[in-house]
Design a protein around this ligand. Structure first.
Ligand code: CDP
Length: 230
């Protein structure tokens, strides 16, 4: 059975990772959260006081970073490892979210991450979510999905997620962070967030997780049929 590459791009907190994870499980594919890689790089820069406005310092710092996804049977997830440390939990913090888009806009950072992402897709059979996966990382992917949802719904979803970990967080902070990230992500010079011309649009403001999975599976089946020529 031939395998395909599925890319899921879209705005912050519109449920890309939920869909990507479920889709990968159903198809027995590997799920890769490209945003986690940018978050881990950001964490490294923050912890090591890297001046990311200095390209030479950025290049030097990237040489010290090793990223890897490790499967955790307890959570049934592939978790982000930064130089051998599991950082899956800490990279979701708002402190990281506040800086990640600035750092993800740096050319050297993107080249570093994209090279690794492409390697992970060599054998196909992956679902990768992010901002530039269908446009830059895998422009020839067999199935591309672009996700969106109403702003208020996205803010509410992310607030609930973060509030569980930190009850001191405010809705306003979360809203500001999403707006800022979406602005930087879609206006940056290198690989801005945009819908690929051949991406299928999925607005999940008013549909359930089950419904969106069903739809994506129909698309995946169609792409697989095309790929195997039947
Ligand atoms: O979960 P959420 O959609 O809020 O964000 P994420 O996927 O964890 O990505 C965090 C940030 O990394 C984004 O806001 C982008 O700035 C950056 N990113 C990127 O530039 N390119 C990607 N392929 C994935 C993430």
């Amino acid at each position: 059975m031939s395998k395909i590459i599925i890319t899921i791009d879209g705005w912050s907190s519109c449920g890309k990772s939920t869909l990507a994870r479920q889709l990968a499980k159903k198809l027995n594919y590997v799920y890769i959260d490209s945003g986690a890689m940018y978050r881990a790089i950001t964490l490294y820069f923050l912890r090591n006081h890297i001046d990311w406005t200095d390209p030479a310092e950025v290049k030097q710092a990237l040489l010290q970073i090793e990223l890897e996804f490790a499967y955790n049977p307890k959570s049934d997830l592939s978790e982000m490892m930064l130089n051998g440390e599991n950082v899956e939990f800490v990279i979701r913090d708002l402190v990281v979210a506040e800086k990640v888009s600035e750092i993800a806009a740096i050319r050297e950072v993107r080249e570093f991450a994209v090279a690794q992402q492409r390697k992970m897709g060599k054998k196909k059979g992956i679902v990768m979510d992010g901002r530039d996966i269908g446009t830059v990382v895998f422009p020839h992917a067999e199935l591309k999905i672009f996700m969106t949802a109403d702003n208020a719904i996205r803010v509410e979803r992310r607030f609930r997620e973060l509030f569980e970990k930190n009850p001191n967080i405010s809705l306003e902070e979360v809203k500001n962070n999403l707006e800022l990230r979406d602005y930087i992500d879609s206006n940056r010079e290198v690989s801005p967030l945009r819908r690929a011309d051949d991406a299928r649009l999925l607005d999940n403001s008013n549909i359930t997780e089950e419904e969106q999975l069903k739809l994506a599976l129909i698309w995946a089946e169609a792409s697989l049929k095309l790929e195997s020529g039947s």
